[in-house]
Design a protein around this ligand. Structure first.
Ligand SMILES: Cc1cc2nc3c(=O)[nH]c(=O)nc-3n(C[C@H](O)[C@H](O)[C@H](O)COP(=O)(O)OP(=O)(O)OC[C@H]3O[C@@H](n4cnc5c(N)ncnc54)[C@H](O)[C@@H]3O)c2cc1C
Length: 378
């Protein structure tokens, strides 16, 4: 059985970013690393967007916006994002960047195999794929099994689910300098539903019909809503260039409880997805850097996780949305209508002081949050 120092079970965003940080640090050249994924990661399977002040991954950013619309039925505001920019990275560009880097590292190997099991056996671990078995000192796992969250009731579990169409229209209907972050003017139908629009030119955009809810929809329902929205924009003649779909877990479930001395869950499987928004890219940049620093000092993976106040804020929001899914539009609208968007983005990045937290939280419907707080406390 071939032995490695580290094995990554699943080689998507979190694994590749961690390996990228390991290579950049220059401190892992003596560690043999195996990356396993059932997918060869050679397709553009997702588009990541995130807001950032810094230039992280700018070499593969395909589009940037310095402002974004927030809309609902009665109100619309062009949010100035400064000092942030909203950025788009195509999945395939990210995979290519990292695999190009890995290909020049003698100690790092990638193989396309489906993992069927992994275990810690005393001082070493064993990973079984459909065709082979490997042993290693430690495992980073990013294969997400939703059952661990659905089999419990203490922490609500919502999905951020969507279908996106990247379209090219004959008419110039988009403003390429401004994204639409959330447009709640679409019918809510008892849920939290919004449209998300990323224009890349006057005639091209990615439009995503998105829900934060417990139940998924039939494919036709997302697509009917996208068609209606495109029509509302005054676009009558267009072609669909690409489609994407996603289902991102939104939960405060303490994934870290499953970490052991030699197995660390990372990415969505490790709770790296921001529970209240589904955004994972920025968190993964931060966590992978923190993880690589941690590995230089520590080896017991149970010591890696740290809880913060934002985990509890997210928990309250998810408690509310799980009980009253229809109030999402009102909560996000109150926040953006009355609040300062820069502080809101800083808050969602988990970088605000307690005083700044209050400036955001105070704008939200207080009754809902007080009730949620009391339910959690008692
Ligand atoms: C379409 C889409 C769009 C998104 N857009 C954004 C966005 O704009 N901004 C943002 O911040 N977040 C976004 N997200 C959320 C999040 O950033 C991504 O889901 C991100 O890829 C999560 O990283 P991860 O490493 O946890 O999981 P993944 O990147 O999904 O990696 C897990 C890997 O495990 C592999 N795998 C699964 N099972 C097995 C198995 N049995 N054996 C071997 N390999 C296996 C998969 O093939 C995959 O490569 C989006 C998600 C999706 C799906």
């Amino acid at each position: 059985m071939k032995h490695y120092h580290y094995i990554f079970t699943g080689s998507g965003l979190a694994a590749l970013m961690t390996v990228y940080e390991m290579v950049l640090s220059g401190k892992f050249e003596d560690k043999s690393i195996l990356l396993l994924d059932e997918n060869s990661k050679k397709t553009n399977d997702r588009t990541w967007c995130f807001w950032a002040e810094n230039k992280a991954f700018d070499e593969i950013v395909s589009k940037k916006w310095s402002s974004a619309w927030f809309k609902n039925k009665k109100f619309e505001e062009k949010l100035a994002l400064h000092p942030y920019q909203y950025k788009m990275v195509k999945g395939l560009d990210f995979y290519t960047l990292i695999f190009d880097l890995i290909s020049s590292q003698k100690n790092i190997h990638f193989t396309t195999q489906k993992v069927i099991d992994f275990q810690e056996l005393g001082n070493h671990c064993v990973v079984k794929t459909e065709t082979e078995s490997y042993s290693c000192n430690q495992i980073f796992n990013s294969i997400f099994h939703p059952e661990i969250v659905t089999n419990q009731t203490q922490y609500p579990f919502l999905h951020q689910h969507f279908i996106g169409w990247f379209i090219k229209s004959k008419e110039a209907v988009f403003s390429p300098d401004c994204a639409t972050f959330m447009d709640f003017s679409v019918a809510q139908k008892g849920n939290t539903r919004f449209m998300y629009v990323l224009p890349t030119s006057e005639t091209e955009a990615l439009l995503e019909y998105t829900l934060f809810s417990q139940e998924l929809l039939q494919k036709e329902e997302y697509e009917t809503e996208i068609k209606k929205y495109i029509q509302k924009l005054g676009c009558t003649d267009y072609e669909i260039i690409e489609k994407e779909q996603g289902n991102i877990p939104m939960t405060c479930y303490p994934f870290w409880k499953h970490n052991s001395k030699n197995i660390l869950h990372i990415g969505s499987a490790g709770g790296w997805t921001k529970a209240s928004t589904g955004y994972t890219f920025t968190n993964t940049i931060k966590k992978s850097k923190a993880l690589v620093q941690f590995l230089n000092k520590e080896s017991d993976f149970r010591k890696f996780h740290k809880t913060n106040k934002f985990w509890f804020y997210d928990l309250l929001l998810l408690d509310i949305l799980a009980k009253k899914n229809e109030v999402g539009a009102a909560i996000f609208s109150a926040m953006f209508e009355k609040g300062n968007s820069t502080i809101i983005f800083k808050f969602l990045d988990e970088e605000t002081s307690f005083w700044e937290d209050l400036q955001v939280i105070w704008k939200c419907p207080k009754g809902l949050f007080v009730k949620a707080l009391l339910r959690r406390l008692f």
